[in-house]
Design a protein around this ligand. Structure first.
Ligand code: NAD
Ligand code: MG
Length: 416
C-alpha cells in the first residue's frame, strides 16, 4: 500500500490521481490533500478518502472548511476529521507529511515550488506534474534531490514516455533522474506536441483569438493555464527545459515535433541510432499511474490503443514564426541560471492577464520577451532559492507594468 500526498487535489492532475486511487484501493491510499479554492470538491474528496491532513492555500478559508466538515451528517463524514492546515506553511507540511510515501505535485505554477522543496527535503519520492517548479528552480532543486535521495518521477506525459523508453537501461533502474549529467546512451529527445488550439489557424487570424478559443484544446483535457500554454507552444518550450533538467541533455539534442494525433507521447534516440517511442491515447491517467506503480506495471481495464482506429500518424516541424514562445523558452533555457525562472514567471503573469482579458493572446510573447531582455544584465548563473523567488516576483511585476503601458497605447476596439 503506497500512501500519497496529493498537492492540488481539486485540479485536473489531482482529480485524475484520485480516480486512480479509487480504481486501486488495495494499492494506494491518500494521507494528505492540498487545494486552492474549490471547497465543494475538497469536502467530497475528504469524505471519500479520509486523509490525515488537508491544507488550503488560503489560510483564511480553513475555518470555513472546518465548519463545512462539522456540519456534515455523522454518517457522511470520515470517522476522524483530518488535521486542517492553511497558508504556505500548511502546504509545505502537507507536502512533507510523515506517513506519505509519494507526493503528487498537481499545483499549477511556481506556487508549487516551496511545497515541492519541502517534500524533497523530507525525502519523499515525487510524481512531478508541476513542471514550473523544475523550470524556475532547476539549479536549486537538483542539488536538493541529490542530498535527500528523493526520486523525481515524471508525470508529464512526454517525460513519462521518455522515462518509459529508458526502462531496462542500468540508469533507469535506479530512477536516477535529475542528476544534471547526460543520461548514458541517450543521444536525442524528440518531444511531441499536438500544436494546441491554433495549430490549423491562419497566423493572420490569431489577432481574433479569444480566451474561449485558446482554452479549447483539440486532444487533451487540462487546466486553463496549461491549455493556453499549449496554444502558444510555451508548454512545449517549458517541457524542453524540463527534459534538460530531468535527462541532462543539452538544448541542441532536445527537439520538438508537431504530431497532431497525440498518440506518440515522445521519442528517444539512443547511441546506436535506434529510436524508441511510447504510444497511447491522450490520457494523463497512464503517466500518473506509472509514477505511482513504478517500477511495476499494473493491469488496467482502460481503453486499449487501436492504431487501425487512429488511421495515420503525422509529423511536422513547428514553424518558429507561428510559435514565438517556443523560441523564447529555448533561449531562456540556453541562458540558464535565473533566466528560466524569469521567463516562467513572465509567462504565468501574461497568461493570467490574458485569461482576465486584460491583454491579447499575441501580447503574451511580447511581454515575456521584454522582461527576459531586461533581466539579461542581472542574470545569476548559479542562483539560490532566494534569487529564484526574487526574480519570480520581479518578473510578475514587470509584466504587469508592461501590460498596463500596452493597454494605454492600444486603441480601444482591438479584439480582446
Ligand atoms: P489545474 O488548474 O486544473 O489545477 C491546479 C490545482 O492547484 C488546483 O487544485 C488548484 O486549487 C491548485 N492551486 C492553484 N493555485 C494555487 C496556489 N497558488 N497555491 C496552491 N494551490 C494552488 O491545473 P492542472 O492542469 O491540473 O495542472 C497542474 C500542474 O500539472 C501544472 O503545473 C501543469 O503544467 C502540470 N501538468 C498538467 C497536465 C494536465 O493534463 N492537466 C499535464 C501535464 C502537466
Ligand atoms: Mg506534457
Amino acid at each position: 500500500m503506497k500512501a500519497l500526498s496529493v498537492l492540488g487535489s481539486t485540479g485536473s492532475i489531482g482529480t485524475q490521481t484520485l480516480e486512480i486511487v479509487d480504481e486501486f484501493p488495495d494499492r494506494f491510499k491518500v494521507v494528505a490533500l492540498t487545494a486552492g479554492n474549490n471547497l465543494d470538491l475538497l469536502v467530497e474528496q475528504i469524505c471519500r478518502h479520509a486523509p490525515e491532513a488537508v491544507a488550503l492555500a488560503n489560510a483564511e478559508r480553513v475555518a470555513q472548511l472546518r465548519d463545512r466538515l462539522q456540519a456534515l451528517e455523522p454518517d457522511a463524514r470520515p470517522a476522524r476529521l483530518p488535521e486542517l492546515l492553511g497558508g504556505p506553511e500548511g502546504l509545505e507540511a502537507a507536502a512533507a507529511w510523515s506517513s506519505a510515501d509519494l507526493v503528487v505535485t498537481g499545483i499549477v505554477g511556481c506556487a508549487g515550488l516551496l511545497p515541492t522543496l519541502a517534500a524533497i527535503r523530507a525525502g519523499k519520492d515525487l510524481a512531478l506534474a508541476n513542471k514550473e517548479t523544475l523550470i524556475a528552480a532547476g539549479p536549486v532543486v537538483l542539488p536538493e534531490l541529490k542530498k535527500s535521495g528523493s526520486r523525481l518521477l515524471p508525470a508529464d506525459s512526454e517525460h513519462s514516455a521518455i522515462f518509459q523508453c529508458l526502462q531496462g537501461t542500468p540508469w533507469a533502474d535506479t530512477a536516477r533522474l535529475s542528476t544534471g549529467h547526460p543520461t548514458p546512451g541517450l543521444r536525442r529527445i524528440q518531444l511531441t506536441a499536438s500544436g494546441g488550439a491554433f495549430r490549423d489557424w491562419d497566423p493572420a487570424d490569431l489577432i481574433k483569438a479569444t480566451v474561449a478559443d485558446a482554452t479549447s484544446h483539440p486532444n487533451w483535457s487540462m487546466g486553463r493555464k496549461i491549455t493556453v500554454d499549449s496554444a502558444s507552444l510555451m508548454n512545449k518550450g517549458l517541457e524542453v527545459i524540463e527534459a534538460h533538467y530531468l535527462f541532462g541533455l543539452d538544448y541542441d539534442h532536445i527537439e520538438i515535433v508537431i504530431h497532431p494525433q497525440s498518440i506518440i507521447h515522445s521519442m528517444v534516440e539512443l547511441a546506436d541510432s535506434s529510436v524508441l517511442a511510447q504510444l497511447g491515447w491522450p490520457n494523463m491517467k497512464l503517466p500518473i499511474l506509472y509514477c505511482l506503480s513504478w517500477p511495476q506495471r499494473l493491469e488496467t481495464p482502460w481503453r486499449r490503443l487501436d492504431l487501425s482506429e487512429v488511421g495515420s500518424l503525422s509529423f511536422r516541424k513547428p514553424d518558429p514564426a507561428r510559435y514565438p514562445c517556443m523560441q523564447l523558452a529555448y533561449a531562456a533555457g540556453r541562458a540558464g541560471g535565473t533566466m528560466p525562472a524569469v521567463m516562467n514567471a513572465a509567462n504565468e503573469q501574461a497568461v493570467a492577464l490574458f485569461l482576465e482579458e486584460q491583454v491579447h493572446f499575441l501580447d503574451i510573447p511580447t511581454l515575456i520577451d521584454g522582461v527576459c531582455d531586461r533581466h539579461r544584465v542581472d542574470l545569476r548563473p548559479d542562483p539560490s532559492l532566494d534569487d529564484v523567488l526574487a526574480v519570480d516576483a520581479w518578473a510578475r511585476t514587470a509584466v504587469g507594468e508592461a501590460a498596463a503601458r500596452l493597454r494605454a497605447r492600444v486603441p480601444a476596439g482591438l479584439p480582446r
